[in-house]
Design a protein around this ligand. Sequence first.
Ligand code: AMP
Length: 214
Amino acid sequence: MKLILLGPPAAGKGTQAECIRERYSIAHISTGAMLRAEIAAETPLGLLAKSIIDEGNLVPDEIINEMVKRRIAQDDCKNGFLLDGYPRTIEQANALAEICGIDAVIDINVDSEVIISRVASRRICPSCGHSQSVSGEAEEDCAKCGGELIRRADDAPERMRHRLDVYREHTEPLINYYIERELLVPIDGARTIPEVSEQIFAFIDEMIGENDVE
Ligand code: AMP
């Protein structure tokens, strides 16, 4: 089973990807998380990517395409994978199509206003990469590993607005791209996390049942 999770930044792709990975045991490939790991390890790619990411811009297609190509070739992707945050441009989608076919593109729809308010409470754990929402009343630690939570530099309100513009210009055209290829599955992402998961699971269960997709 090869899936893509599409949607604006902070639509809940990472959270839903974790739920899908747990239920169907497929590899979760988050290009954002891979880049953040490169930054933390201070690799040449990380050093190049840091300022681009902090500004809310996109890392060049050739770099991302190569990174994903290598990741998909790894053993844990043999039974399928879930791409979270890739492709983000038509050029990336074309590069992916040359590597492999995709079974479905799950498009999580959320209004910009909901996204802006969600991001205000979003925090990430630099130790394990887990992302969670905080209430703001009391200090909270990472629910997964107990690490200290921080706000992503690219989640600052002005950066977030820019990321939404970048999404509209470069990534939103992928909706039509995948509609034309009859792969798009629209999901209402404004609902609660379990409700969004339920919609996604219902689609995947039906797809697996109908096509016996592996
Ligand atoms: P994410 O964690 O998916 O929100 O990604 C964080 C940031 O990493 C994005 O705002 C981009 O700067 C960069 N990034 C992640 N995936 C891609 C991609 N497929 N193409 C270009 N840049 C990306």
